[in-house]
Each structure stands twice: as C-alpha cells, then as structure tokens.
Write a protein that binds this ligand. Structure first.
Ligand code: ZN
Length: 299
C-alpha cells in the first residue's frame, strides 16, 4: 500500500513537472500581423491569440467580454502601441486584472517603443480629433520595421522562457533571412514608383511610402480620424491636377465615396490596400500582406 502511494505521488510529481516544462507561453496580441510574427518566432512554444480582426478599423475595435478572459490567462500581451489601441485595450486590461501583462511589467511589450516614429509631435498640443496623437502608429507597413519588431519579440520570448532560447533564436534567424530576400524583391518591384506622387485617404501608408521613396501629396482626411470636408477634397483635387499623382490609396474599412469622387475628377488610379493580415482574403500572413499590397499597386 505504501509503495502504491509512493508510486502515485511520483506519477503526480512527474506529470506536474512535465506540464510546467512543456507549458506554452500564452501570448495575446492586438492585431493579426503581430500574431503571425509571434507564431513564426515562437513556433510550438507559444499559443498566440489575436484580439481584433484584420478587416476592421484598427483605431476602433469594439472590445468584447471574451477579450478579458483571454487577457486574464495571458503570460504576455503585445501591442502595436503609438496610441493605436488607446480606445479599446486599456479598459479590458484593467478588467482582466492580470498585473504581469500591464505596462512596465515583464509580460507587456509595446512595439512602437522600438520604432523611429513619423509625425511624432514636438509638443503635446494636437488638433482636436487627431487619432495619431503620439505620431503615426502604422509603422508595420514598412517591411524594415518588421525586422526591428521581430527582434524585440524574439528577445521578449527568450526573457519569458530562457529554456527555449535556442529555438527562438533559430526561428528568428530563419525568418529574418527569408524576410531580407523578400524585401529585396519588393524593392525591385516598386522601383518604378520611386519619386512618384501619392494621395491617401488615411495616413496608413506613410512608412511604406517613405521606405519606397514615394511622395505623399496629402490625405483626403484633413486630420487623421476626421472625415473629409467638401472644401478639403476640392483642394486635394486641385493639388493632384497640378502636380500629378500615381495612386489614391484607400483602406478596406472606410467608405470609398470620397476617394471614388477624387478618382473620377482626376483620373488617378484608386487602389484599395490591405493594412493587416486578414484585411482581404488574399492576405493570410505577414508575407502575403506585402505581396498583395505590391500586387495591387502594380495591377
Ligand atoms: Zn491611423
């Protein structure tokens, strides 16, 4: 009987220890593009849960009660940052009551903090309604920035699970090598647009345009997050007709009417571009996100 008891205790101990060793890191992320990078670097050692859907306006995700449960069980929360999640992450983070994943703690990672931001304000007085108060948060549409944040994610995964360090480093190195090859291809494909003028509806693609040397004439939104006024749209049409432009870039979630109007008045090509994994059917991961953006520009 004593031996049986001892055997049972041993089995329970072994199962317990094994489950601790084999436990996957539970990573909750705000957007799908982050989920894909975490999966590629974390591999089988992580369980990744993205909160929002890729076809939604990333500024205005509706928080759901299920987000709270997901955050409560998480070991790590990774956000885009730059105030992109300001309207929806803080309230659910508070309700989740999981101190480990709060800003400043080990289980929290803000990707924008690793990036050299565009339009970062010198002072805090910003025009009313600007949804980019800390600078432009859409940095991930510059593929160079994907390399920067994937390194930060690799370092964070190592910090949280040192025993899997070699795996995370190997996955990261394979990813960055593949990514650099893809970037060389994309650069070549976009060479023909270098120096060309572009108009956007929202300032989604500033980092992308800067990386590939395209010039932004302006946006149809007078201020990020403020819908176009007739006066502003007519001014943009004048600018386009004077200077010429290659594209009007529109996103998948805003009404297309203003961009369609400008397209009719100027004959400049209107392209709807995905901004995240899942924004359109063709975009199933971070690689196809850029493949599809470039395919649509070249079409
Ligand atoms: Zn924005």
């Amino acid at each position: 009987m004593k031996r049986l008891k001892l055997t049972i205790i041993m089995i329970v101990l072994i199962i317990g220890v094994t489950s601790i060793v084999d436990a996957k890191l539970r990573v909750v992320v705000s957007y799908n593009y982050i989920a894909d990078i975490v999966k590629r670097i974390g591999g089988d050692e992580v369980k990744v849960t993205p909160l929002s859907k890729g076809y939604k306006d990333p500024h205005f995700i509706t928080p759901r009660p299920s987000f709270i449960a997901k955050m409560r069980k998480a070991d790590l929360l990774i956000i885009n940052g730059g105030q992109l999640e300001i309207g929806w992450i803080p309230p659910i983070l508070k309700k989740a009551n999981n101190p480990q994943i709060n800003p400043g703690n080990k289980g929290f990672l803000d990707l924008f903090s690793f990036i050299e931001g565009i339009d970062v304000p010198k002072d805090i007085s910003r025009a009313h309604g600007d949804v980019h108060p800390d600078g432009n948060p859409h940095f991930h549409l510059d593929p160079e920035n994907i390399l920067i944040v994937s390194r930060a994610i690799k370092d964070k995964l190592i910090e949280l699970n040192l025993s899997k360090k070699e795996i995370f480093i190997k996955n990261y190195e394979e990813f960055s090598e593949m990514w650099k090859k893809k970037m060389a291809d994309w650069r070549k494909l976009l060479e023909k647009f270098s120096g060309k003028n572009v108009v956007q509806y929202h300032k989604n693609f500033d980092y992308f345009l800067k990386r590939f040397n395209m010039k932004q004439l302006g946006t149809l939104e007078p201020v990020p997050g403020i819908p176009p006024s007739t006066k502003h749209v007519l001014e943009m049409i004048d600018i386009i007709n004077n200077k010429g432009a290659e594209f009007i870039i529109h996103d998948v979630y805003h009404m297309k009417k203003p961009s369609q109007f400008v397209n009719r008045k100027t004959n400049v090509k209107l392209v709807v571009l995905p901004h995240d994994v899942g924004a359109v059917n063709e975009v199933t991961d971070i690689v196809s996100l850029f493949d599809e953006i470039i395919r649509r520009l070249l079409k």
